[in-house]
Write a protein that binds this ligand. Structure first.
Ligand SMILES: Nc1ncnc2c1ncn2[C@@H]1O[C@H](COP(=O)(O)OP(=O)(O)O)[C@@H](O)[C@H]1O
Ligand SMILES: [Mg+2]
Length: 537
């Protein structure tokens, strides 16, 4: 068989579509599809050859279980069209061989290549065409994951046209620059390629950015909690990670859930990036085809490491990537396993996750705004003005020790969320609306963007600035400098904390529209680092 394959290859190179070897008819066809490594689509060539002879159908080119199953589906789908391949010896080679490919999305290209190789299809149209879709046993073409990144990859490679499952039409309609056809069955594809009946095109999918008020609620629901609301606004404005600390019922979960409503709406590029990640995870709504709201992900503390940061043989994104461009809320932060929090460190520093596997190194974007919520002790009521804490001293100290990890050190703002004031809850005065806060957040982000656009800094958000960039854009006047120096020496703050305070101070100044960093900005930023010491004793 290796000989037949070699021969087939040589003939493909010579551009011969079909000829005969020692009197036996031999057909050849190549179809094009792709496989994803992270969000990168790699071209996959499906080469099929057929001879009349002992009946077999083999797939080579590092075919994993899923690809072997695809053989069954292809055979059955062809039989459904009245095409029996028993009388042929068929070899399908998936190239390049060293690329990990286990997606059912290869089915359609395999079936079409086989049909070409046994002379049931003209092969001329296949060279410029990307085929992606999973086949059901009866020949329907079913939806797949990762349509958007695969089409974007094909466009980047210069592919002219693509055929994708009709169920993925809305997502496919996001891509321009290549002709995208949609199909519901293998038979329709065959008719299209044979020139009998043209497939319909994917219609352009409209993008309407949304701030998510409709599903998330509005900040005006939050009564009292002025300090926490202010911290939420600063976090949103500068992209700073936030720790909320307080007893149960204070509104920590409520505040975190409302954070997306004060963030600016997604830009189209952010929406595409977010959609691509969600698509690889199979989470894009088929009718809408696009993620148009900032994601809000709140994994339970029992989440696995892979669930949180991604993993798998064919890598899938985890929660930290699904929350990219949105909010990652870690409730009951102290209950997460230490090892789990440990794996979050690298993505939070780098803004992306690397998943290393034997054959591929995939990466996914991972730049969410992280909000962590913790109780002050296991029972939750340590330091509560009206309720008694039931925890022993030892238990409480052990719990608090869990909060002093290096991850906590990477959270820019720490804020207390005290028990809600009953008067505030019943007073009837509503807090400021999400829209009002969002307009200030937008203005502060605009100032950051201007510095970025002017080339002063390498990132559009203060939370991403390096110490040397801060020297340039967060210059301290003498009072602010004295204040910060005093804080560092008297409170024993680390160098890391020093940088974080400066970043947050820059954002506070931006919220006030102030180019200069003044002492009050620094003072408020220092407040946001002291909390854990005060409330945790
Ligand atoms: N400041 C507040 N304003 C309005 N409602 C609140 C406030 N704090 C808590 N609540 C309400 O109390 C309930 C519990 O709040 P939650 O956010 O779950 O508290 P926590 O996460 O701190 O335990 C929620 O239904 C929320 O609507
Ligand atoms: Mg809660």
């Amino acid at each position: 068989m290796a000989r037949a394959l070699q021969l087939a290859r040589r003939m493909l190179d010579n551009g011969e579509a079909s000829t005969s070897v020692r009197g036996k008819p031999l057909g050849l066809a190549t179809a094009h599809t792709s496989a994803l490594v992270g969000l990168e689509a790699h071209a996959v060539r499906v080469e099929a050859s057929s001879t009349r002879g002992p009946s077999f159908f083999q797939l080579v080119g590092l075919a994993e279980a899923a690809v072997r199953e695809s053989r069954v589906r292809v055979q059955s789908a062809l039989a459904g069209m009245g095409i029996l391949i028993d009388e042929y010896a068929i070899t399908v080679n998936l190239a390049p061989a060293d690329l990990r490919k286990s997606a059912a999305a290869l089915d359609l290209a395999i079936a079409v290549a086989v049909l070409g190789a046994i002379g049931k299809l003209p092969t001329g149209a296949l060279s410029e065409l990307l085929l992606i879709g999973e086949l059901s046993l009866d020949g329907r073409v079913c939806s797949i994951r990762g349509v958007l990144p695969q089409l974007e990859g094909a466009r980047a490679r210069g592919t002219r046209a693509a055929i994708v499952p009709r169920e993925n039409a809305a997502e496919a309609g996001l891509v321009s620059g290549l002709e995208v056809f949609v199909t519901g069955s293998l038979e329709e594809v065959v008719d299209h390629l044979a020139g009998r009946r043209r497939l319909s095109r994917a219609r352009r999918t409209e993008f309407k950015p949304s701030s998510g008020e409709t599903v998330q609620g509005d900040l005006s629901e939050v009564r009292g909690q002025h300090v926490a609301r202010r911290a939420l606004e600063i976090a949103a404005a500068g992209g700073h990670n936030l720790l909320l600390l307080g007893p149960p019922g204070g509104g920590k979960t409520l505040l975190a859930r409302l954070l997306p409503t004060i963030l600016p709406p997604l830009t189209f590029d952010e929406a595409l990036e977010t959609t691509a990640i969600h698509s690889v995870a199979g989470l894009v709504d088929a009718d809408r085809g696009i993620v148009s709201e900032r994601p809000y992900r709140a994994p339970h503390h029992s989440v696995s490491d892979a669930g949180l940061v991604g993993g798998g043989d064919v890598p899938r994104p985890g929660e930290v990537s699904l929350a990219h461009n949105g909010v990652l809320f870690l409730d009951e932060f102290a209950e997460f396993r230490r090892s789990t929090l440990e794996v979050l460190r690298q993505p939070l520093e780098d803004g992306r996750v690397f998943i290393a596997r034997a054959r591929a190194r995939a990466w996914f974007p991972a730049r969410p705004l992280m909000v962590a919520a913790v109780n002050p002790c296991p029972c939750g009521y340590h330091g509560h003005p009206r309720r008694d804490c039931r925890c022993s001293e030892r238990l409480r100290l052990r719990y608090q020790a869990r909060l002093s990890g290096p991850l906590l050190d990477r959270i820019d703002i720490h804020v207390a969320v005290p028990p809600v004031d009953v008067a505030a809850l019943t007073s009837g005065t509503r807090g400021e609306s999400s829209a009002a806060v969002r307009s200030r957040v937008n203005a502060a982000r605009e100032l950051q963007h201007q510095r970025f656009a002017a080339g002063l800094v390498a990132a559009p958000l203060n939370s991403q600035l390096s110490a040397s960039e801060l020297e340039r854009v967060a210059d301290l006047e003498s009072d602010g400098k004295r204040l910060l120096e005093a804080a560092v020496s008297q409170l024993g703050l680390s160098a890391r904390a020093f940088v974080r305070i400066r970043r947050v101070a820059r954002t506070i100044a931006d919220l006030e529209g102030s180019a200069e960093l003044l002492a009050p900005h620094v003072a408020e930023a220092i407040q946001g680092r002291l909390l854990d010491r005060q409330s945790l004793g």
